[in-house]
Design a protein around this ligand. Structure first.
Ligand SMILES: [Cu+2]
Length: 262
């Protein structure tokens, strides 16, 4: 009886594994829009797809597992009072291989897509349009922008209760922006929910090593930013805002800033 079920179970596992593999190729799904914030970088699109794919795969696996539990509960109940044990399947090599291989396949599929997307998300180009040096300190942020060989006066913040009152980081849409992160005191974490990305800012790790790059989408607006690592008394007030503007608005913003040639 058990032996007959093995090929069927193996076929099901194959189907599951291939369904998991396909899940990541589907275009961005809108149903999750209410669950993750609307994103404003190209890289965040990959994160959104990865997240959707992982959920679809997890739901498919969950549905099969719960279905099998319900099936066993209904069709394999103890019907009559009897001392006889049902057929035992201990030391069944095919089944043991099966339930070793299937989870390995599932984990490998998750790992493959995660590693593939992470490699893209964490890559930096040699030619960013804007470089932002981010200094996270107890308890706010200092943003120093470099554009076209010029370095501008830092924008420095103070602890605030509303991100709109925090330091403002102005960025142009449709451009490559390189962030270099640095902390003089304790561990902080640079987080803009609309980037679907956060990164720890660790004292002792140079900004040259701790960096990431985004390509902003054409979505002008003001987006909240915060510290995502408990860093002391005013951690919750370590808020800032990212303002995405058109290139023309960005040029006039830069023109009003005091800067120095590098
Ligand atoms: Cu912090």
């Amino acid at each position: 009886m058990a032996r007959r079920r093995v090929p069927r179970a193996a076929a099901l596992a194959l189907l599951l594994a291939s369904a998991t593999a396909c899940a990541n190729d589907v275009p961005p799904v809108d149903w999750s829009k209410g669950l993750l914030p609307d994103h404003v970088t190209e890289q965040a699109g990959l994160v959104q797809n990865l997240w959707n794919g992982a959920w679809i795969a997890a739901l498919a696996v969950g549905a099969v597992v719960i279905g099998m539990i319900i099936w066993a509960c209904i069709f394999h109940r103890k019907r009559k009072q009897s001392a006889e044990l049902p057929p035992q399947v201990r030391y069944n090599l095919p089944i043991e291989i099966f339930y070793t291989v299937v989870p390995l396949v599932m984990v490998s599929v998750f790992f493959f897509f995660t590693a593939r997307d992470e490699a893209v998300i964490m890559s930096t180009s040699e030619t960013p349009d804007v470089t932002v040096n981010v200094e996270a300190f107890q308890w706010s942020w200092r943003f120093t922008t470099e554009v076209g060989g010029k370095k501008f006066e830092p924008v420095v913040g103070m602890p605030v209760s509303d991100f709109n009152q925090g330091p403002e980081l102005v960025l142009p849409v449709g451009k490559k922006v390189l962030f270099k992160l640095h902390s003089p005191d304790v561990i902080h974490s640079f987080w803009v929910p609309a980037f679907l990305f956060k990164r720890d800012v660790i004292p002792g790790i140079s900004a040259e090593k701790n960096k990431f790059e985004i390509t902003t989408l054409d979505k002008p607006g003001v987006y909240a930013g915060r510290c995502a690592e408990l860093c002391g008394t005013d951690h919750s007030r370590m808020l800032f805002k990212v303002k995405l503007v058109s290139q023309r608005d960005y040029d006039s913003y830069i023109a009003t800033q005091a800067g120095s040639a590098q």
